[in-house]
Design a protein around this ligand. Structure first.
Ligand code: C2E
Ligand code: CA
Ligand code: CA
Length: 539
């Protein structure tokens, strides 16, 4: 038992005050009484006064003394029991605060303090490997088999992990189906990877429960923890690595990758800023000219999203569109851009069309056609001047749904183009089954085509196909007069590329229409194309 606490001492004094006083007074008075031969005197005195019954009185005092002694013994035992119970409760509370009652492993709190302790002792010199382990598809175990099965699975996994990691390693259940390990300092990368493989294997083994078996697996994130990094940071890194392992297909381990972490950090930052940028309409539509190749006439523009970030500068759409898709913002982003593009284009020559990119995620939205219709009405923009560009990934999942949607768009007068043609897996199937008006040949086949016989054959083939299906063709990525010359020889109807113009903001369109693409006649010596049609009403 632990040393006597002040509280126990006070309690003792309180409970035994009377017997102690009695005892003390006995100890003090006894020698005095003995010295005075009081007992002999009392004896003589009581004999002399027999009728006073002094002997009975003395007997009573002796009896009382014995009773007091027994009561003291009884109290003493009671107190001992009380102190023992208190101690037991204290120990149990302490254990509960540091251990997970289900598996008996350390809990998160204890694990953190174990890390802190290592950090203090190692003082930045030692390197340890920390692992974060998470079960894959654990939730269905609870949902399908009930919580008792879930608890049993966790207990079994905890026991198996304990057996595999070795006695020196620290193992904890951080919560739910998440475990963590601090390997012992002697365990290097090779050994830890070997253990990690064993852990993965043991977690894949069936867990027997009642009459059946439960199958799960686990993923592991590993990080080298140089104690110069804080415990919290080490756990965050292990968690990142775990996320990578899960993302790469589960039931495997992955090491923390600082570069990947930096990227995902930047991505998270962009995602947060994107929300604000969309709200404040900071992402603008820019316009890249589309040219009719034989007549060299400007027939319209592809609308391209441009974001000038306040600190990061220009962020390309290839970066922020996928983030907008993942964070469910691409719908509002796209519609905002379309609205502003229609507003701007409403001011231009009505012969000029605009071509607008719809991302696969946006295309899935059942409200898409109604939303586009509403914007056209709101902007009083003629639907015949609008083309929607979609890539094959928008339609590949379900041709029937895609067909219905494309027909609905065509029903309101909007044309549809298959973008990035040639880069998908089944472009021909998409073309055969869906009512496209146009295809856009991906620029990977077009740029520098004059020097690449392989691409020449592919583009010739695409042209023949498009002619057979009576589709317009736009060649993207025309960068040189040689590229243009080759496409001309194939009778490609429309072209787009840096040779003509990069995307420009709406404010520059009127200038562009008045100068380069207006009545300006380009010197054929200088540039291999000319503009024939002067535009009216540009401004
Ligand atoms: P995309 O639809 O294939 O758009 C054409 C891309 O090729 C544009 O890149 C354009 O600037 C670039 N380009 C045009 N001519 C040339 C050329 O001659 N050489 C080279 N090297 N590139 C050329 P951008 O603007 O960076 O857009 C990239 C992609 O981002 C687009 O590819 C499109 O898929 C997507 N995107 C852009 N704006 C939007 C938007 O508003 N909504 C959606 N959903 N996606 C958009
Ligand atoms: Ca496009
Ligand atoms: Ca394209």
């Amino acid at each position: 038992m632990a040393s006597v606490s002040p509280l126990a001492f006070r309690r003792f004094i309180k409970n035994f005050a009377i017997p102690i006083l009695f005892f003390l007074s006995a100890v003090v008075t006894w020698p005095i009484l003995a010295e005075m031969e009081l007992f002999e005197r009392f004896y003589e005195y009581s004999r002399a006064h027999e009728d006073w019954d002094l002997d009975e009185f003395a007997l009573l005092i002796v009896n009382l003394t014995i009773a007091l002694v027994f009561s003291a013994i009884f109290q003493w035992h009671r107190l001992k029991r009380l102190v023992r119970e208190r101690e037991f409760q204290r120990q149990r509370a302490e254990k509960n605060a540091r251990h997970d009652p289900l598996t008996g492993l350390m809990n998160r709190r204890a694990f953190s303090s174990a890390m802190e302790q290592i950090e203090e002792q190692a003082a930045g010199s030692n390197e340890r490997i920390v692992a974060m382990i998470d079960l894959d598809r654990f939730k269905p175990v609870n949902d399908l088999h009930g919580h008792a099965a879930g608890d049993h699975t966790l207990q079994t996994v905890a026991r198996r992990l304990r057996e595999e990691i070795g006695p020196e390693a620290v193992l904890a259940r951080l919560g739910g189906d998440e475990f963590a390990v601090i390997f012992d300092p002697s365990a290097g990368v090779v050994q830890v990877e070997r253990i990690a493989r064993r852990l993965l294997h043991t977690m894949e083994q069936a867990v027997a429960f009642e009459d059946g078996q439960i199958f799960i697996s686990g993923s592991i994130g590993l990080v080298k923890w140089n104690t110069a990094t804080s415990c919290v940071e080490a756990l965050r890194r292990a968690d990142k690595a775990l996320y990578t392992a899960k993302n790469e297909g589960r039931s495997q381990f992955a090491w923390y990758d600082a570069e990947l972490d930096r990227q995902s950090h930047a991505r998270a930052e962009i995602e947060a800023d994107l929300r604000e940028a969309i709200l404040k309409s900071e992402i603008e539509p820019w316009f890249q000219p589309i040219i009719q190749i034989d007549s060299k006439k400007l027939i319209g523009f592809e609308v391209l999203a441009r974001w000038q970030h306040k600190t990061h500068g220009h962020i390309p759409p290839n970066v922020f569109i996928p983030i907008a898709e993942d964070s469910g913002q691409v719908g509002s982003l796209g519609l905002g851009i379309l609205r502003r593009a229609c507003m701007a284009a409403g001011e231009w020559d009505p012969d000029l069309s605009i071509s607008f990119n719809v991302s696969p995620y946006q295309f899935q939205d059942p409200k898409l056609v109604d939303q586009i219709k509403a914007i056209l009405q709101e902007c009083e923009f003629d639907a015949n001047r609008l083309t929607i560009e979609i890539t094959e990934s928008s339609v590949i999942n379900d041709f029937d749904v895609a067909r219905t949607k494309l027909n609905a768009l065509k029903g309101i007068g909007v044309a549809v183009a298959l973008d990035d043609f040639g880069t998908g897996y089944s472009s021909l199937a998409s073309l055969r089954q869906l009512p496209f008006d146009q295809i856009k040949i991906d620029r990977s086949f077009v740029t520098n085509i004059a020097a690449e016989p392989q691409n020449q054959k592919i583009v010739s083939g695409i042209m023949a196909l498009a002619n057979g299906l009576d589709l317009d063709v736009t060649a993207e990525g025309i960068e040189s007069t040689e590229d243009l010359g080759f496409l001309q020889s194939l009778d490609c109807s429309l072209g787009q590329g840096f040779l003509f113009e990069k995307a420009v903001p709406a404010e520059q369109i009127s200038w562009l229409l008045e100068s380069k693409w207006g009545n300006l006649h380009v010197d054929p010596e200088e540039e291999n194309f000319e503009v024939l049609k002067p535009f009216r009403g540009a401004g």
